[in-house]
Every structure is written in structure tokens, then in C-alpha cells.
Write a protein that binds this ligand. Structure first.
Ligand code: GDP
Length: 366
């Protein structure tokens, strides 16, 4: 399953965000969440389409896609040098597919800022980024001399690796993140991927603001957005504490009302998960049967057999064809039979590129 790690300095609102993800579960069957360990939870990916399809199909159950969330506390200045529990936690980030970097964008004299100065989201972001960059430089330096030696001895793979390592090193030493480097050739891209650097992971900067700034953000969050844009990274604004309050409300209606009062149409949790999906180039296809309506996650651009393989490797191996209904058609015609009758059921072969929201039925040989 997709795994997102929450990082940020102490007291910026990481646990608050984590908690509002987790309390979403207790209150709403639509967004179940279970805490596996104190800092690890599984959350459902919100998808209205599943509910709409269920109204047509009446399945035994609805199975949304899931996303694991890890609260990675303990990152402080000096973490890469072993300050605090930093080094251990940096290791946890390596296992994540994406990083959710929470940044304090609220004033509150009662909440101590690490380092003790005035609220400064740009400096905060830099402290965390720097620790991750230093860790990456450590990873690179551990390899570089060895690879250079092998390259000098004529090893082709090593030569390629040296190119990649040096390109990363140059950028990291300028205090930039490795994700800013792009490689042209497939071979270089693969070598880059094999390094599992921390700052090549997709990042979503989350500006944690006060309730009054929930809708439009504030000076702080705008600064972060500006920097993120310059880096080609994503940023969003959430009022984590307020969202925590919302999550504790009893009914869906109460929650919606609270959100609307803030000028929001959708909870921060939902927006965050959707952003994370987009960030990772993930999309959803759906299977709809009497037993279940289920969301499946695949990478944008995947063809039908590859998507079949998400369900079962046998589906991919024995792939014959896929029957595809577009979500909008399913809703418009109101049943699979009606879709067929209208000639809107697509019969697709091996080269079909699956589209987000496709309702798929695979035919295969066993
Ligand atoms: P963590 O150390 O990053 O996990 O931070 P916490 O989630 O524990 O938050 C630290 C403190 O800041 C807690 O007392 C929160 O209630 C408070 N806090 C979190 N978000 C906000 C916010 O938007 N505004 C204000 N005033 N306080 C917040």
C-alpha cells in the first residue's frame, strides 16, 4: 500500500494532523482508519464515485483504496548527525513513498517554537530540508569513492552511477533537494531510483494555519507556497487543529456545516489524500460486482494487462481483453445492462491505457 510519512519540526502540528486523520475513522464509516502502532495508521482514500456506484450495484461492501500514514517525530536540527532520535527516524522516511512536510504557519505564544525565535516557516522548512539533504550527501559520499574507482577500472555501470552521484552531489551541496535533478536516459533514471535518496521522494508541503486562515491561508503560508512553486513542489493549507475539532463532531451534516462556515467544501484530510495521489501519479480504476465495489490503485499510463495484474498476477498472465465502462456512462445509464444496450461498453485489448475512474472487467485464460 501507499505509504506517506509526516515530517516537520517539533510542535508544528504533526500529531494534530495525524490525529485528525485518525479521528476521521471513529466518526465516519466512509473513512475508516485504524491505528496499527501509535504512529502508524491506515486511512481510506476518499472517493465519492464508489458510493455512487454502490447505489446502483448494491454490493455486499465498498472497499476503498488505502494509504498508510506514519508520524515521523523526532526530527530536529542536527538529526542527520545523530541529534535526538533523528538518525533513526530518517531511516523511517526511506520506507515512505511520499513525504508530507508539515510547517508551522500559525502564531501562538503558548506553543514553543524549536529554537525559540519568532514563527518563521521558511527557516523551519530549511532546517528539515537541510537534515534530509545532509543525510543524502552521506549516502552519496558512502558510494562515490567506490564507484569512481570502479569507473576508472572501466566498469560501465559504475561510470553511469558516478554521473548520477555527482549530479546529485552538486545540487545537494547548494542546499537544494535532489528531486530538482532530472535525468534524460532510462539507465540514469534507474540508477537514480536505486539510491533511494530522501530528497528525491515526492513532497507535499502542508502549511498548518489557524482557523481564521483555513480558507485563504496567510502571509506565512503564502511564503511557503512561493518557495514550493520555485522548487516545483506542491503545497497546501490545512488548519489542523480546526480539522481535529471537526473530526470530533458526531454527524456528517455537522461536519459539513462547520466546513462551510469556514468557507471550505471538503475536509483537509480529503484534500490531502487526493493531493498525495496526484503527487505520486496514482489513479484509480474500479471493479463493480454484487460482492463488492472496489477501488484499485495503479500508475497513470498503465495499460490494461498491467492493471489486471494489480488484482491478480494470473489476470495479467492470461489477459485476453478488458470490458470498460466509463464512470459517467455507468451513472447516466444506471446499470451495466443499459450501458451495454446503449453500445457504451468498450472492448479493449492489450494496448488500452486505463483511465482514472474506469470500471473494469477483465477476461482472462487460466
Ligand atoms: P508536533 O510536535 O509537530 O506533533 O505538534 P503537535 O501536533 O503536538 O502540536 C503542538 C501544539 O500546537 C499542540 O498543543 C497543538 O494543539 C498546537 N497546534 C497545532 N496546530 C495549531 C494551530 O493551527 N494553531 C494553534 N494555535 N495551535 C496549534
Amino acid at each position: 500500500a501507499l505509504k506517506c510519512g509526516i515530517v516537520g519540526l517539533p510542535n508544528v502540528g504533526k500529531s494534530t494532523l495525524f490525529n485528525c486523520l485518525s479521528s476521521a475513522k471513529a466518526q465516519s464509516a466512509n473513512f475508516p482508519f485504524c491505528t496499527i502502532e501509535p504512529n502508524l495508521g491506515v486511512i481510506s482514500v476518499p472517493d465519492e464515485r464508489l458510493n455512487k456506484l454502490a447505489e446502483i450495484v448494491h454490493p455486499g461492501r465498498i472497499v476503498p483504496a488505502t494509504c498508510e500514514i506514519v508520524d515521523i517525530a523526532g526530527l530536529v536540527k542536527g538529526a542527520s548527525k545523530g541529534e535526538g532520535l533523528g538518525n533513526k527516524f530518517l531511516g523511517n522516511i526511506r520506507e515512505c513513498d511520499a513525504i508530507i512536510h508539515v510547517i508551522r504557519c500559525f502564531d501562538d505564544d503558548n506553543i514553543v517554537r524549536e529554537g525559540g525565535m519568532a514563527v518563521d516557516p521558511v527557516a523551519d522548512k530549511e532546517i528539515i530540508d537541510t537534515e534530509l539533504q545532509l543525510k543524502d550527501l552521506e549516502t552519496i559520499d558512502a558510494q562515490l569513492a567506490k564507484q569512481q574507482k570502479a569507473a576508472a577500472a572501466g566498469n560501465k555501470d559504475a561510470k553511469l552511477m558516478v554521473t548520477v552521484l555527482e549530479a546529485y552531489k552538486e545540487v545537494l551541496e547548494q542546499g537544494r533537494n535532489a528531486r530538482e535533478v532530472t535525468f534524460e536516459s532510462k539507465e540514469e533514471q534507474q540508477a537514480a531510483h536505486d539510491l533511494f535518496l530522501l530528497t528525491t521522494k515526492p513532497v507535499l508541503y502542508v502549511c498548518n494555519v489557524d482557523e481564521t486562515s483555513a480558507k485563504s491561508g496567510n502571509e506565512y503560508s503564502r511564503k511557503v507556497e512561493e518557495i514550493a512553486a520555485r522548487e516545483g513542489a506542491e503545497a497546501m493549507t490545512i488548519a489542523a487543529k480546526t480539522e481535529e475539532d471537526i473530526a470530533s463532531l458526531e454527524t456528517y451534516e455537522d461536519k459539513q456545516m462547520f466546513l462551510e462556515e469556514l468557507g471550505l467544501t471538503e475536509s483537509g484530510v480529503n484534500r490531502l489524500i487526493k493531493k498525495a495521489y496526484a503527487l505520486l501519479n496514482l489513479e484509480t480504476f474500479i471493479t463493480a460486482g454484487e460482492m463488492e465495489v472496489k477501488a484499485w490503485t495503479y500508475h497513470k499510463g498503465w495499460k490494461a494487462p498491467q492493471c489486471a495484474g494489480v488484482i491478480h498476477t494470473d489476470f495479467e498472465k492470461g489477459f485476453i481483453r478488458a470490458e470498460v465502462i466509463k464512470y459517467a456512462d455507468y451513472i447516466q445509464y444506471g446499470s451495466e445492462a443499459a450501458v451495454r444496450e446503449a453500445g457504451k461498453l468498450g472492448i479493449e485489448g492489450k494496448e488500452y491505457v486505463v483511465q482514472d475512474g474506469d470500471i473494469m472487467h477483465f477476461r482472462f485464460n487460466v
